[in-house]
Design a protein. Structure first.
Length: 78
């Protein structure tokens, strides 16, 4: 997140710039900032989903390997 924020804040002057030649640099700045925001949001949403699917796959394979029993031992309630 820190790297993305640093790159995004570095691209903001280009996206919001005024002056000579700003009309040529502004689309690049907007693209950089928008791409960074989109990729960061995509990463923050998809990474936990991938970990959940991998955990479910691990549990399924553990049940298959142990003949229908739970792969992990039961924890007694405290």
């Amino acid at each position: 997140m820190m790297t993305t924020m640093a790159a995004m804040f570095g691209g903001l002057p280009m996206a919001l710039g005024f002056g000579n030649g700003a009309e040529l640099r502004r689309p690049l700045g907007i693209t950089i900032v928008g791409g960074l925001i989109f990729s960061q949001m995509l990463t923050l949403y998809t990474t936990p989903v991938v970990y959940l699917y991998m955990d479910r796959l691990r549990l399924r394979l553990g049940r298959l390997r142990h003949g229908g029993r739970a792969a992990t031992p039961e924890v007694a309630p405290a």
